[in-house]
Design a protein around this ligand. Structure first.
Ligand SMILES: [Zn+2]
Ligand SMILES: [Zn+2]
Ligand SMILES: [Zn+2]
Length: 90
């Protein structure tokens, strides 16, 4: 099966750095809507429905392209560069 994303080699076996919430929002005392986990470095950031959009800012700052939903019951993976959803584990 071909995958329309060339960044799978940037996925690491990460541990969430701030499993309690968005790293930057926690530092600022701010709130978020949903969380995204960077699969390159383990950064936890808030989604584009949140006012601060730290997950997208993290991508622009670090060029880490792959995030996974950090919401309970959700395991979809998104590539910012190719703008495609990926199926974790194949
Ligand atoms: Zn990609
Ligand atoms: Zn945030
Ligand atoms: Zn990252």
């Amino acid at each position: 099966m071909s995958v329309p994303c060339t960044h799978l080699d940037q996925i690491n076996d990460v541990t969430p750095r701030t499993p309690e919430g968005c790293e930057e929002c926690l530092q600022a005392g701010d709130s978020w809507v949903h969380l995204r986990l960077c699969l390159t470095c383990g950064h936890v950031g808030c989604c584009d429905s949140s006012k601060n959009k730290h997950a997208t800012k993290h991508f622009h700052a670090t060029e880490h392209p792959i995030v996974q939903s950090f919401q309970p019951g959700e395991d979809w993976v998104w590539c910012y560069v190719d703008e495609v959803y990926l199926q974790p584990g194949g």
